[in-house]
Design a protein around this ligand. Structure first.
Ligand code: DC
Length: 223
């Protein structure tokens, strides 16, 4: 049986940290689908397109392609032959990624790459619609949550460790705004798949979450 593991949940729950750790413990691929939405958003911004003008996005979409590559430091996004990972986490690209993710044609383009990859490889994939849309038949689906305050605190520490200034209250508001866009959009909104295991990480440390997920993996895949 293909090992396909879907991890979904709102921004800042630690999905990618956990997905990365679990994929490396299992020695299988990890796909960060959020980085793909960020990549398309960045490419459009670089073309000078306002991502809220959907007609313009649709016109540019056929010539705006990103690819997902893997190197020593893991996944990176390539646009026009360039590794664009360094540009994907700016506030501007972060906001634009949530805005382009409401467009069904953008989603279809990225979902096709995600499904194709999961067919070919054992994989841990994280995002918002993996268990509901991308891999509806994944044998293991996990939906991670945490309170908005805790998510803002984690993001604050991450920024602080990277030597950047931040305000926790502002971060909490940004997280709440992104949750709203992601869960109220018409196209594949963020929601827990019926057969997903809910994992509330509000008062859990990273090691505890990794252990909980690995336990589920071993049960589900009998490894
Ligand atoms: O996980 P992230 O913060 O890097 O995701 C960036 C944005 O992309 C997020 O606001 C929602 C969107 N996204 C999505 O709609 N579907 C996914 N599978 C992954 C991300």
């Amino acid at each position: 049986m293909r090992i396909n593991i879907a991890i979904d949940g709102p921004a800042g729950t630690g999905k990618s940290t956990i997905a990365k750790r679990v994929s490396s413990e299992l020695g299988i691929k990890y796909m960060d689908t959020g980085a793909m939405y960020r990549g398309i958003a960045y490419a459009l911004l670089r073309k000078g397109i306002d991502v809220n003008e959907h007609e313009k996005v649709l016109a540019a979409l056929p010539e705006t392609s990103i690819s997902v590559e893997y190197g020593e430091t893991g996944q990176y996004i390539v646009y026009e032959g360039e590794n664009i990972n360094a540009y994907l986490r700016t506030p501007e690209t972060t906001k634009a990624s949530s805005d382009v993710a409401v467009i069904p044609e953008v989603r279809a383009k990225l979902v096709a790459i995600q499904q194709e990859t999961a067919k070919r490889y054992d994989i841990v994939m994280d995002g918002r619609d993996i268990g509901t849309v991308v891999l509806p038949d994944a044998p293991l689906k996990i939906f991670m949550t945490a309170s908005p305050r805790v998510r803002a605190e984690r993001r604050y520490l991450e920024l602080k460790n990277a030597g950047k200034e931040a305000d926790i209250d502002v971060l909490e508001k940004e997280i709440a705004a992104r949750d709203k866009t992601d869960s109220t959009r018409a196209a594949s909104p963020l929601k827990q798949a019926e057969d997903a295991v809910l994992l509330d990480t509000t008062s859990m440390g990273i090691e505890e979450v990794v252990a909980a997920v690995m336990k589920l993996v071993k049960e589900r895949f009998e490894i």
